[in-house]
Design a protein around this ligand. Structure first.
Ligand SMILES: *Cc1c(COP(=O)(O)O)cnc(C)c1O
Ligand code: SF4
Length: 346
């Protein structure tokens, strides 16, 4: 197996370097990558079967990224909600701590595409120390999510240092890592990495898979190494037009995740991020996908469908209509359309 650093170094960063049959249609793609960087490592590239497929769509720059006039640079208002650079404190008891500006593949739909992988995102030892100081003096934060960019692109030593510092803060109960690396560069998840991570329990990792074809033997091995280190694994999937906006594909993805001991956590409605408008779907699509899964398959396979409120209002769960009425008794329609009543207590 090739070393992850070698794979990363051999990434394609210029659309011109793509094999002819995978090239996009437009010649102005250099303008796209000047604003929003491209990185497709050889592993993720190998998952593409043909131009336009769900893997290709997620990874290959598109001229529509520059034609988006609907969306906003920072729809979740993250910059305003950052008391210090790279730490977003939006909810009372948890914070999002950005510790890496790099990813193993730059997803075209990224919510932080305004800065991820560019000079507009500066993360240094000093910004990380400032984040740790903020967490130390803000004991209301009991759950810290480290994200980026991708934290698993840090070296083992850097990650070990950050996790060690976080664990020294008594008010922090839960550490979470958000990472797409087990999907986009699973070779990074070495036995050595798993051995470091397992020293910092309770540690949770939320992965990011969007299509069943991303769950390869390599990705399964990465998940198994993390799960065997006792780390509960979740998955945050983004609903994307042409990639997974289909009930059968979504159900298959959820089932494959469970087979790998990954519990589906969220399906996100696409954020209103500038440069990603062509990936957005109607909310009805997401609701129909939920309706297709709830009751029809294991509850374990069904995540929460949510929209992250523009302006920074937080994640709002969205449920299909079960016509719930709470009057004297609770009346509702079951998943297969039967009218039901739950009698009031007492
Ligand atoms: C998503 C998010 C969290 C975590 O939310 P949960 O619903 O607890 O997973 C925390 N902070 C920020 C800024 C977020 O965007
Ligand atoms: S891995 Fe996450 S942070 Fe990185 S480009 Fe993809 S969506 Fe954005």
């Amino acid at each position: 197996m090739q070393h992850w650093k070698t794979l990363l170094k051999n990434s394609i960063t210029d659309p011109e370097e793509l094999p002819r049959e995978l090239k996009g249609d437009n010649s102005s793609l250099n303008k796209v990558t000047a604003l929003y960087p491209m990185r497709v490592n050889p592993y993720y590239l190998s998952l593409i079967r043909q131009k336009g497929d769900p893997i290709w769509l997620q990874a290959i720059p598109d001229s529509r990224e520059l034609q988006d006039t609907t969306c906003m640079e920072d729809p979740l208002n993250e910059e305003e909600l950052s008391p210090i650079p790279n730490l977003i404190h939006k909810y009372p008891d948890r914070a999002l701590f950005l510790v890496s500006s790099q990813c193993a593949m730059y997803c075209r739909f990224c919510t932080r595409k305004r800065k991820v992988g560019t000079a507009r995102m500066t993360i240094t030892r000093d910004t990380i120390r400032a984040g740790l100081d903020y967490l130390k003096k803000t004991p209301a934060i009991r759950d810290v999510l480290i994200s980026g960019g991708d934290p698993l692109l840090l070296s083992d030593d850097q990650l070990d240092w950050i996790l060690g510092r976080l664990r020294k803060i008594p008010s922090i109960e839960i550490i979470r890592i958000g990472s797409r690396v087990p999907c986009t560069l699973p070779q990074r998840v070495t036995v050595q990495l798993a051995n470091i991570l397992k020293r910092y329990h309770p540690l949770y990792i939320n992965l990011h898979f969007n299509h069943p074809d991303e769950i390869t033997p390599e990705a399964s091995l990465a998940c198994a190494r993390l799960a065997n280190a006792g780390i509960p694994l979740g998955c945050q999937t983004v609903l994307l037009k042409g990639v997974n906006d289909n009930p059968e594909i979504m159900k298959k993805l959820m089932h494959k995740l469970l087979l790998n001991r990954v519990k589906p956590y969220y399906i996100f409605q696409g954020d209103m991020t500038q440069g990603t408008n062509h990936f957005r779907t109607p909310v009805e699509k997401g609701l129909n996908i939920m309706k297709f899964m709830i009751g029809h398959t294991s509850g374990l396979a069904v995540p929460t469908y949510a929209v992250d409120a523009p302006g920074g209002g937080g994640k709002i769960p969205l449920l299909p209509d079960f016509s719930v009425k709470l009057e004297e008794n609770l009346t509702f329609t079951s998943y297969h359309g039967l009218a039901c009543t739950y009698m009031k207590a007492g």
